[in-house]
Design a protein around this ligand. Sequence first.
Ligand code: KG4
Ligand code: ZN
Length: 343
Amino acid sequence: MNEPLVLGIETSCDETGIGIVRGRTLLSNTIASSMDEHARFGGVVPEVAARAHLEALQPTIERAVADAGVSLADLDAVAVTSGPGLAGALMVGVGAAKALALSLEKPLYAVNHLVGHIAADIVAPDSERIEYPTIALLVSGGHTSLLHVRDLTTDVELLGETVDDAAGEAFDKVARLLGLPYPGGPQIDRAAEGGDPRAIRFPRGLSRKSDLEKHRWDFSFSGLKTSVARWVEQHQDSGEDLPLADVAASFREAVVDVLVTKTLDACQERGVPRLLLGGGVIANARLREVALSRAAARGVEVRIPPLSLCTDNGAMIAALAAQLIASGRQPSTLGFGADSTLP
Ligand code: KG4
Ligand code: ZN
């Protein structure tokens, strides 16, 4: 089959994403987000997310099909994120995908969300053919993963991941303790403007020699969060105004430094001069700046898909399935379920 027409369904967190691709060409990428409903809780509430997916799926599918200018009957396959992610949220997407595939009598592909993030760049509008092997860093509110991708469809190695909070989660939690609203990433980016990133030396998680033996490629952000909380408390005791810009800039620097250092070390140790970035935290201005400049100094080529393809979306799920189909992979049998801890 040439250039399969695939509809992808993504519901692993708070975004209901429906994307339609034809092979490597993006036809539509439609998102409904329940972020506003989570704002007053300061983070994603799984039950609220699952309900929101249920309400949003039908209209979002209709919009995606209209945007793409195709009809459901034209599809060659349906694809869905089966994990990892929030169990209830995933189940809604998996159920919808099965119903759609069954009623249309189309093959169904269950795919891994993280590998989907790596596939996003394939359908980026200005994308030349992405080359493998590449190192990939995926940073969002739900995950922080470092991968060595030798082949998208057959050989993706998870080098390391966060042992506690995800990078985006750290931004959200620190924003909250600084009195800034959710989602915290953009707020901290803004608050850090004009601040001195060297004003306070916050810890870089899992970077000491003793940590590196066991956690060479893993990340940890909960100690950093505690350290910011303690600093703020102590400062409040002094009765002076909080130097918000300096705290935000110093915290952001600690996150960015450890992410970029470990990632570029992985490029070097694995002999892979290519780096793909993905996930919502890639919107961070300082992360992009530091990653690009340090990578250039080490001869590493960096690819950053447009933000609409970096954050959770259905197009990346469809793009991955299109590659699986092209590589001859058989569709999933209907027996699969949502797997919140899918490796
Ligand atoms: O990929 P994404 O849209 O969704 C999920 O995590 O599911 O990522 C959202 C996360 C949030 O934690 C948000 O605070 C963070 O990405 N984020 C940022 C920035 N923009 C969004 N973190 C740091 N700097 C930003 N500019
Ligand atoms: Zn994601």
